[in-house]
Design a protein around this ligand. Structure first.
Ligand SMILES: Nc1nc2c(ncn2[C@@H]2O[C@H](COP(=O)(O)OP(=O)(O)OP(=O)(O)O)[C@@H](O)[C@H]2O)c(=O)[nH]1
Ligand SMILES: [Mg+2]
Length: 333
């Protein structure tokens, strides 16, 4: 029946009035429990509003009352009270609504050439809802509708990384959760079952695989590693060569960590993938207050890269590459 506000026909949730007028990109966030998904979203939104927004002449606005309210709470918790997000509640306790944002970018990457609006939908599930094929089933409709997936991999979950970290004064290492390889395999199986299997059985949805908490890996990285500093974003362009440098660096790190098992699995399952490394906080939480952000607030490194890659692949961002012929159009295996 007619309603005074626009609602979804399936679930009857409110749809912000401009939701249907824009191109939309659903970004699914996947990762084991405590891999850093909620912290990442909160920091990413803040960076898109500030440093990254400035570099790309972009602006981001929370859409609809529910996102506006949660956006405000997330920012107050992390940036004013310096509190890290609580564990996300599992779907069994009530479904978590996705976060909707309108991202406005100049056409052709230049201000004054008109604006293109894109709706970004972030879905931040609880880790335990992604911890097995059965649990993930609840999310399948949303995962199969996603235009891009960001898989967060917590390096502190990997045995060989835990063994190599120097004795540190940060908070204790997290308990071991679902291995990223299993999440990736279950995810691919779900997507294939929903018609996302392309040539040679590989899933066609692009996947950005990001190693999180890179602030903890300093002792394992070269001090000049590209992973330890932000991407340049020169002239408001996505730097393809920089992305490849990070991709190769993370690939060789992972080869060292697990003999490349995760990478081999990903290459068998996904047709388009790129590896990233990021730190949402820039430093470990204080040892005496592990539920708090570092005292100086989040100082993120490379949080925007996975999303920018997904947007650039869709032609929504101008790309810069000194080796265009060699790198192709942003496709990497
Ligand atoms: N060192 C470091 N630790 C981080 C970073 N981001 C998150 N963490 C740690 O990881 C914990 C979990 O982060 P969350 O963002 O809640 O993880 P999640 O994936 O949303 O977890 P669930 O909602 O339970 O699935 C935080 O409480 C921090 O202790 C980071 O950038 N660096
Ligand atoms: Mg969470």
């Amino acid at each position: 029946m007619p309603t005074p506000v626009r609602v979804c026909r399936a679930c009857h949730s409110d749809l912000p009035s401009d939701y249907c007028d824009q191109d939309s990109r659903i970004i699914a966030l996947v990762g084991a429990k405590a891999s850093g998904k909620s912290t990442y979203v909160s920091v990413l939104v803040n960076e898109l509003n500030q440093r990254v927004g400035q570099a790309f002449h972009a602006s981001l606005a929370a859409m609809g009352q529910s996102t506006q309210q949660r956006d405000k709470e997330m920012a107050e918790d992390l940036y004013e009270r310096l509190r890290l997000p609580d564990a996300t509640r599992p779907a069994a306790l009530g479904f978590n609504d996705p976060l909707l944002y309108r991202l406005s970018l100049p056409r052709r990457g230049r201000p004054g050439s008109g604006t293109r609006h894109t709706t970004l939908v972030f879905f931040d599930a609880a880790g335990e809802d992604l911890a097995g094929a059965e649990a993930m089933d609840r999310y399948t409709r949303y995962l199969s509708a996603a235009d891009g997936i960001v898989l967060l991999v917590d390096p502190l979950q990997l045995g060989s990384v835990r063994d190599r970290l120097p004795v540190h004064d940060g908070p204790p290492l997290p308990v071991v959760e679902t291995p990223p390889q299993q999440i990736a395999a279950d995810l691919a199986a779900q997507l294939r079952a929903h018609g996302k299997g392309g040539s040679r059985g590989r899933v066609s949805t692009p996947i950005a695989v990001a190693v999180t908490k890179t602030d903890m890996l300093r002792s394992l990285l070269d001090p000049h590693s590209p992973v330890l500093r932000n991407a340049p974003h020169t002239d408001g362009r996505f730097d393809e060569d920089d992305r490849l440098a990070v991709h190769e660096e993370i690939r060789s790190l992972m080869a060292d960590w697990d003999s490349g098992a995760l990478m081999r699995q990903l290459e068998l399952d996904f047709a388009e993938l790129s590896l990233f490394g990021l730190s949402a906080l820039g430093a470990p939480p204080p040892a005496e207050a592990p539920a708090d952000a570092p005292k100086s607030g989040p100082q993120p490194v490379r949080v925007e890269d996975p999303l920018l890659w997904l947007l650039a692949r869709r032609g929504l961002l101008p790309v810069r590459s000194a080796a265009k012929g060699r790198a192709g159009k942003g496709r990497v295996k």
